[in-house]
Design a protein around this ligand. Structure first.
Ligand SMILES: [Ca+2]
Ligand SMILES: [Ca+2]
Length: 264
């Protein structure tokens, strides 16, 4: 990661802030639906804090969401010890790093899984091996909603960089994150590296092919991360930003991320 000083934090610099927001769910009683809009056959709902009218998360769905506060679960639930995401599964935490009123950073739900952190036992069973009760308990204890982070680094409305969760190939646990960015901001992902939990600690060996970056998604054996993913998520961000215009200035404010008192 090059040491570049810019006015606004880059994805790797901002990641710990956004990651911390995704890990700390507020009480639902503090939240309210600030606006819901229908655009191009999709519903976009903004949920935020009652007292400051600052957005916490955005949902993006085909159907209208009856109650975007009640129907979104910011913490992982369980059904017979299998993680569940709740009723609405397409949502994320938006940020406006350059404070122009448009979303330029999105942490989007990618699934539910635990992370192999520093305490992860080296002898934890592989996917096809039998699990003891304490293995199941550790899985449930460590399980959380996993977010992939997308950033528009030059604030032109198109995404240029991503932090993607990468599963352990042999276990249903997240092994690391892959960082990929287009340094020319043209969609060509030419800056690729990985880290475990700390963006300053490298973890090498990301495989890049002509099709894109090879990784292990949650719930499927292999995936390819490439320019198409940037396009797809850019389209979602664009729709969210158009919804902000439809809601009207003053309906709410977006979080900047670097203030302790959001919206003050
Ligand atoms: Ca912005
Ligand atoms: Ca851009």
């Amino acid at each position: 990661m090059p040491a570049v000083v810019t006015a606004q934090p880059t994805l790797p610099d901002f990641f710990p802030t956004a990651d911390s927001v995704t890990a700390h769910a507020p009480f639902k009683s503090e939240l309210t639906t600030l606006c819901q809009e229908q655009l191009l056959g999709r519903y976009v709902s903004f949920v935020g804090f009652k007292n400051t009218r600052t957005v916490l998360y955005v949902t993006f769905t085909r159907d209208s969401v009856a109650d975007p506060v009640a129907d979104v679960s910011p913490i992982v639930g369980f059904e017979n010890s299998r993680p569940s995401l709740g009723k609405v599964q397409t949502w994320g935490y938006p940020f406006d790093r350059n404070r122009d009123g448009k979303i330029d950073y999105l942490a989007l739900v990618g699934g539910a899984a635990p992370f192999e952190d520093g305490d992860f036992p080296a002898d934890y069973p592989l996917r096809e091996q039998a699990m003891m009760m304490h293995h199941v308990e550790l899985f449930i204890e460590k399980c959380r909603i996993v977010f992939n982070h997308w950033a528009d680094e030059n604030y032109d409305g198109r995404l240029d960089a991503v932090v993607q969760a990468d599963m352990d190939p042999s276990r249903s646990w997240v092994y690391r994150y892959i960082y990929a960015a287009s340094t020319a901001r043209d969609g060509n992902l030419d800056d690729v590296w990985s880290f475990r939990t700390d963006t300053s600690l490298f973890n090498d060996s990301v495989t890049v092919t002509a099709e894109g970056i090879l990784y292990h998604p949650i719930g499927s054996p292999s995936g390819i991360l490439g320019p198409r993913d940037l396009d797809e998520k850019s389209a979602i961000m664009t729709l969210m930003n158009e919804a902000i215009d439809s809601c009207g200035r003053g309906a709410f404010r977006l979080p900047y991320g670097y203030t302790t008192n959001e919206g003050q």
